[in-house]
Design a protein around this ligand. Structure first.
Ligand SMILES: CC(C)(COP(=O)(O)OP(=O)(O)OC[C@H]1O[C@@H](n2cnc3c(N)ncnc32)[C@H](O)[C@@H]1OP(=O)(O)O)[C@@H](O)C(=O)NCCC(=O)NCCS
Length: 199
């Protein structure tokens, strides 16, 4: 016999938030998060408060990067992807760079300064509805648990828009500003965590 539920008296279902290594089947969900966070060519200065992605990718590209890097993390609530960190070792970034048409000045700087094992968080995003709930921090913990090194470096937009959300986030996770790099019409801040310099 069919069961009828009184929806009003049903308890709210518990929804668990988890973080884990991404799989190729997450690519669509990751691209949906990225799409929401991308700013267009008009580059509104107020986007610095909320944070923004400059280069959201298509699902196929995220799938390819997941296949190439063991350092791609997602946050999931129920069956929905609500956040991601796309990171890779510098050696993987170098090998992917041709197909990525990656900004070469940043790549050159990284190759000069850092060992091939250094981890480069390339993109991080959390759905606007889920921000400031510690999900970015949880994903960073998950990422660190997957890494065989403590050394990290990334770049963050400083101008024409200063990505205050990203700067606030990365510095809260222990990254420190090192120098600025000019890449096309963007001034980018280079930020490091636990980088060991040989004397
Ligand atoms: C950056 C981003 C991933 C942070 O995710 P999040 O889940 O909201 O981060 P958390 O809740 O873990 O925040 C950890 C700490 O980061 C800092 N932080 C997070 N958002 C911030 C903001 N908008 N402004 C200033 N500091 C911020 C705070 O110190 C925060 O701790 P608190 O909430 O106790 O004050 C999220 O804002 C985002 O998706 N932004 C859009 C995309 C983006 O800018 N990506 C970076 C460039 S690739």
């Amino acid at each position: 016999m069919q069961q009828h539920h009184d929806r009003k008296s049903d308890p709210e279902p518990e929804v668990h938030l988890t973080t884990r290594k991404a799989t190729v089947s997450d690519a669509e969900g990751i691209a949906s998060v990225a799409r929401v966070l991308q700013i267009g060519d008009e580059r509104p200065p107020e986007a610095g408060q909320t944070g923004f992605l400059l280069w959201a990718q298509e699902p196929d590209t995220y799938a390819e990067r997941i296949e190439h890097s063991g350092l791609f993390v997602v946050a999931q609530e129920g069956d929905q992807i609500v956040g991601f960190i796309m990171a890779y070792p510098l050696s993987t970034l170098v090998s992917l760079s041709e197909s990525m048409r990656y900004e070469d000045k940043v790549l050159k700087l990284f190759q000069e300064k850092y060992p091939p094992t250094l981890v480069y968080p390339d993109q991080i995003g959390v759905l606007p509805s889920h921000k400031r709930r510690g999900i970015g921090g949880m994903m960073d913990q998950e990422l660190q648990s997957l890494c065989s090194t403590d050394e990290f470096a990334t770049v963050i937009g400083h101008a024409p828009i200063r990505n205050l959300a990203s700067i606030g986030y990365f510095t809260s996770q222990g990254f420190q500003f090192v120098e600025e790099v000019q890449q096309d019409d963007w001034t980018l801040g280079l930020y490091e965590r636990n980088v060991m310099y040989c004397p």
